[in-house]
Design a protein around this ligand. Structure first.
Ligand code: G
Ligand code: G
Ligand code: MN
Ligand code: NA
Length: 254
């Protein structure tokens, strides 16, 4: 069984690692990456975030874990600045509702950004619809404050929640991220194809950038491009990679 005490140990014994999955444009040019946490347990091996993030949220450990993710991501962005192949890449970081809803979140993130001396415009926070909706007024206010610093926002897993068009328009978002469940069957499921087209059109009409995740085939990519999607992430381009492998992927292409 996965226990709170294992999670605590994981933090103190540095068992977490960030992996990076590339995001590309329609020409295949690298735009940036999404940071995805990985846990290598000394006995149990790899444990998926899908398994431990919910436990971390329940126990409150998502706060120090999320803090570690932000610190590590910002340190990484600073490293990227130093190499021509990576200098202008953006980095998207998943932030849990519980962490984002802390009163101190804006202050904490501003401090991390300032301490690492990174360009805030290269940092993108991914929030889910439910994270935003949970506490819409406070969340919107925090997003506004962070956006003033230059930080960007992407709505993750878009289409799976309950966003109403009325407030979607009011949220200070930069990007919609089409959930991979819609992308998966794009080529054979007419409903999914319709949903994907609608999300792209919605994003464009709201002045938002739209990224598709879970792109695995060139047929999916072609459909998305045909319907004006401009950014892509998925196994077709690369799986999430540890930092060294991610860097060599970028240097190869440069
Ligand atoms: O990388 P993978 O597809 O296994 O991720 C599974 C789930 O875990 C996804 O929903 C993803 O958003 C979430 N996840 C991955 N990394 C992080 C992280 O650093 N912080 C949070 N809060 N969630 C993450
Ligand atoms: O919920 P979120 O979008 O943050 O999580 C992204 C998850 O999707 C990660 O766990 C990542 O490993 C996974 N992923 C990334 N690309 C692909 C893909 O092309 N296909 C599938 N099935 N999963 C993917
Ligand atoms: Mn994400
Ligand atoms: Na998603």
């Amino acid at each position: 069984m996965l226990l709170e005490s294992n999670l605590r140990l994981a933090l103190s014994q540095n068992q977490f690692q960030l992996y990076y999955q590339v995001q590309v444009n329609a020409d295949g040019k690298f735009l940036g990456a999404e940071a995805l946490i990985r846990w290598w347990h000394p006995d149990r091996g790899f444990i998926s975030p899908a398994e431990f993030i919910p436990l971390a949220e329940e126990t409150g450990l998502i706060i120090p874990i999320g803090q570690w993710v932000l610190e590590t991501a910002c340190a990484q962005l600073k490293q990227w600045e130093k190499s021509a192949a990576t200098a202008n890449l953006s980095l998207a970081v998943n932030v849990s509702a519980k962490q984002f809803q802390l009163t101190s979140f804006v202050e904490t993130l501003s401090e991390i950004v300032a301490r690492h001396q990174i360009n805030p415009a290269l940092l993108k926070i991914e929030l889910t619809e439910s994270a935003i909706l949970d506490n819409i007024d406070a969340t919107t206010e925090k997003m506004r404050e962070l956006k003033k610093l230059g930080i960007a926002f992407s709505m993750d897993d878009f289409g799976t929640g309950y966003s109403s068009l009325a407030y979607l328009q009011r949220l200070p978002l930069n990007q919609l991220k089409i959930d991979q469940s819609f992308v998966r069957d794009l080529s054979h499921d007419e409903n999914d194809a319709t949903i994907v087209r609608a999300i792209i059109a919605l994003g464009i009409n709201l002045g938002l950038n739209v990224i598709a995740e879970g792109v695995e085939t060139s047929a999916q990519r072609a459909f998305l491009i045909k319907h004006s999607c401009t950014a892509f992430q998925g196994y077709l381009f690369s799986k999430p990679l540890p930092m060294e492998e991610f860097m060599s992927l970028l240097e190869q292409e440069h």
